[in-house]
Design a protein around this ligand. Structure first.
Ligand SMILES: [Zn+2]
Length: 345
């Protein structure tokens, strides 16, 4: 089959389009094989190409976490999905047997993994996943929208709804608008009736975020302190919640922007993972720092419902053919995108 693979870790020139990739086989009775129609890039894919500690790949390794397609075959234990069903894929792999899975918290699984990182990915003609990792969606939803939807929306949903519990009228600051998770968080916060602030180094991205409902924008150029900006515009109060997937570049300002009792929720650290925190400010202001990763089955059901109802649609940056996959990776690596980068298969 055709696929976008790496044979070893390194720079983006490692990313290769090949037509001799062995197709994945059903391994367990609960597996399904999907004929992939479109797939979408995530920052995670850049980390996989570069290499992650503790993660080993077997070449040729198929990249990719997000996808949409049709069920092509099912294992003997799969009864609720039929050949030809149109589906989206949850890239989070859990063992379904540990205490956290038993409690319905699949992204807390002690053996949690991700498609494209711990199992062969979606940037290929076929991908195999457990049936519990797919949801059927209506046929009318365009392939690129469905492909771009799941990872970013699931991540943002858990951050905003489950972890930070954003309420109507609350002020939420979203760092680095333009990436998939940040944009999904913006849309979810607006649907909850929150007042949303966004930051970006790009004026053009701020304008587009406004069109999606952002109430306040902060142009984060050299010398601009987002925390000071927020305090100035809120009469020194600060915001209730900060959504920060940027990491070291924004951490101090994110905390500094929080009101007393505020919550900072993070799902990633695209600019770097090591940060310094003044603990005196943390306890005195009674802030909560919340980590979040992917989502559980109930959250997957919730976002699949939002997609089917047309309430949440991911903005698309650009669409490439699978054969142009390396160019798509380069686009993501430059961080110039606004919305998701999609591959059609
Ligand atoms: Zn588990």
């Amino acid at each position: 089959m055709r696929g976008l693979v790496i044979n070893g870790h390194g720079a983006l020139d490692r990313v290769e389009h090949r037509d001799d990739v062995p197709p994945p086989e059903l391994r367990r009775p609960g597996d399904v094989r999907i004929r992939v129609r479109a797939a979408a890039l995530n920052h995670l894919d850049l980390f996989v190409v570069a290499g992650l500690p503790g993660v080993t790949i077997t070449p040729p390794w198929v990249l990719g976490a997000d996808a949409t397609g049709e069920i092509e075959s099912v294992g003997s234990a799969v009864h609720d999905l039929a050949i030809g069903d149109r589906v989206i894929v949850n890239p989070g792999l859990s063992d379904r047997s540990c205490e956290f899975c038993e409690a319905g918290e699949h992204s807390l699984c002690v053996r949690f993994g991700l498609l494209g990182e711990h199992a062969p990915g979606t940037f290929a003609e076929y991908v195999v996943v457990p049936a519990s990792n797919v949801r059927v969606i209506p046929r009318g939803i365009p392939d690129e929208i469905a492909a771009a939807f799941t990872l970013a929306t699931l991540t943002a949903w858990r951050m905003v709804v489950t972890r930070a519990r954003v309420r109507p009228e609350e002020h939420v600051l979203i760092q680095g608008i333009g990436g998939g998770v940040a944009l999904a968080a913006l849309q979810i916060c607006k649907s909850l009736g929150a007042h949303v602030w966004v930051t970006s180094r790009s004026e053009a991205k701020l304008e587009r975020a406004k069109a999606l409902g952002a109430d306040e924008t902060i142009h984060a150029t050299e010398g601009v302190d987002a925390a000071r900006e927020v305090r100035m515009r809120t009469g020194r109060r600060g915001v209730d919640v900060v959504v920060d997937g940027v990491g070291s570049a924004t951490w101090t300002q994110s905390l500094g922007a929080l009101a007393r009792g505020g919550r900072l929720v993070t799902c990633g650290a695209t600019s770097g993972p090591m940060v310094e925190t003044d603990m005196r400010r943390l306890f005195w202001n009674q802030w909560s720092i919340l980590g979040s990763t992917m989502g559980n089955d109930a959250e997957f059901d919730a976002i699949a419902g939002e997609l089917a109802a047309g309430r949440l649609y991911p903005p698309i940056d650009r669409v490439y053919a699978l054969a142009e996959g390396r160019a798509a990776f380069e686009r993501l690596g430059e961080a110039e995108q606004f919305g998701k980068i999609v591959l059609t298969v």
